[in-house]
Ligand binder design. Structure first.
Ligand code: ADP
Length: 460
């Protein structure tokens, strides 16, 4: 509305001022032109009547007085001796009159000026004899005539202009108010729709197709809403998965404890056996909670990373050494191919956790007597680690899901070998916080390869 008012009123004021001032210029120059013409005629009269030889010629002075009456002005005639020989007001006749303009005029320079403050035009012109070729300056005529009439017209013009301006201002204000409220309505609707969604449920998209702009805003908002919904759904799913996973070991423990309680005089062996099972379930519960905590920690801001320069060859060697006993139980061979020495800025604990999970999986989901090959290579920017195994592989339709939290291809088998479904999500989070990437390739019953890429230098 402010812009509309400025656009409407400022030009109107400028136009009004422009019209008044150009009218004034035009009127003054027209008046000056007329006066000058009359003066020329009077000068010719003065010369032809030989006024300077015989001053106070009644008919000439009558003409001069008539002229000054018509233009409500005053005429002074100054002769060669700078003496005033005629004054319409008869005040200064006989006095000397030496001024800059008069002196200049005797040198042949006419002057004409408009005194805006006192509202009069002053013209000083030479009276030249025109006989023969000589052009002597016999005297100077000074004419000052009032411009009150012009000022009165300007006043009227200004009053009318002011009235017009007031009308325009009222119209612009009304028009501006109406137009701005009409134009802004769709935006108000967008705000209202967004507020409604903020207060209520996330299940509705908003649509305000009135303008291209509102459509773009609502489209962008709907997209954002879509992401929020997905996040909300995944949060809900996560919570329900967590509850389910945490409840399963508890349910088993309860069944075991109940069956012991129900049996009177249960033998000691039975107690020992059931207690072992309960301990296993407690271990499992513990593992799920530990994994969940690692995941939550990784989801936090990257500021928690403890970045330092680490030798990756040593790191991988240590991981394999630690896991060797587990692999040996199933006669699985662990091989490390280090193609070059690699030092990188990483958080050692988190990257160790990531690679340990990959190698652990490669052992867990392997076949008796199989192999796991870990290789390390690098280029100018990244180092690459691949963990390949000769294991059971992952079905094609599961490949996209293995990094999801709690996802397991074969739930019962995974549970048997102690999987929580959180290992790969932990690995992926750890690698992503280092601005790296992870990919998986697999063929069922042939084996799986995870390839990881991490930059040497950590960029926040
Ligand atoms: P888990 O704790 O069950 O191992 P992960 O997140 O580590 O959970 O892995 C998710 C699922 O991906 C596993 O349950 C398993 O089915 C599959 N998987 C992971 N690594 C391999 C592998 N090297 N070979 C075959 N399947 C794998």
């Amino acid at each position: 509305m402010i812009i509309l008012v400025i656009i409407g009123i400022v030009p109107s004021v400028a136009v009004e001022k422009g019209i008044v001032s150009s009218y004034e210029d035009r009127a003054v120059s027209l008046r000056s032109f007329n006066v000058k013409n009359q003066c020329d005629i009077l000068c010719n009269l003065l010369v032809s009547e030989n006024y300077f030889q015989s001053p106070q010629d009644a008919s000439v002075e009558g003409e001069l007085s008539l002229f000054s009456n018509i233009y409500s002005g005053r005429i002074l005639i100054v002769n060669e001796d700078y003496e005033i020989v005629f004054d319409t007001y008869d005040l200064d006749r006989g006095k000397l009159f030496i001024s800059e303009e008069v002196v200049q005029c005797f040198r042949g320079k006419e002057t004409g000026q408009y005194d805006e403050r006192n509202r009069y035009i002053e013209i000083v012109i030479p009276i030249q004899s025109t006989d023969g070729s000589s052009k002597d300056i016999l005297g100077v005529m000074l004419v000052s005539c009032s411009t009150d009439e012009i000022a009165a017209s300007i006043d009227i013009l200004e009053q009318k202009g002011m009235l017009l301006l007031v009308i325009i201002t009222i119209l612009v204000l009304v028009f501006g108010y109406v137009l701005s409220s009409i134009l802004m309505k769709p935006f108000a609707r967008v705000t209202k729709a967004i507020e409604d969604i903020t207060d209520g449920y996330l299940d509705e998209n908003i649509s305000v197709p009135d303008y291209t702009e509102t459509e773009l805003i609502t489209d962008a908002f709907n997209k954002m809403l879509g992401r929020v919904k997905t996040l909300d759904e995944s949060r809900q799913e996560f919570v329900s998965n967590v509850s389910h996973e945490l409840k399963t070991p508890l349910a088993s423990m309860k069944v075991l404890a109940d069956s012991l309680n129900m049996q009177e005089n249960a033998p000691l062996e039975m107690y020992q056996e059931f207690m072992q099972d309960i301990t296993q379930e407690i271990d499992r519960e513990n593992k799920i909670i530990t994994d969940l905590l690692s995941l939550v920690k990784l989801d936090k801001k990257a500021a928690d990373l403890n970045i330092e320069m680490v030798n990756i060859n040593d790191l991988l060697e240590l991981i394999l050494k630690r896991l060797k006993p587990i692999a040996a139980r199933r006669q699985i061979e662990l091989i490390l191919d280090s193609f070059r020495p690699v030092n990188a800025e990483i958080d050692e604990v988190k990257v160790t956790l990531a690679f340990s999970n990959l190698v652990e999986n490669a052992i867990k989901y392997n076949v008796e007597g199989g192999w796991v090959r870990v290789s390390l290579n690098a280029d100018h920017k990244y180092f690459y680690v691949t963990v390949a195994d000769s294991g059971i592989g992952i079905p094609e339709d599961s490949l996209d899901h293995v990094f999801e939290r709690f996802y397991r291809v074969d739930k019962s088998h995974s549970r048997e070998i102690g999987g929580t479904g959180l290992g790969l999500s932990i690995t992926r989070s750890a690698i992503l916080t280092h601005h790296g990437a992870i990919k998986v390739y697999s063929k069922e019953n042939e084996g799986t390869t995870f390839s990881v890429r991490i930059p040497f230098t950590y960029i926040e």
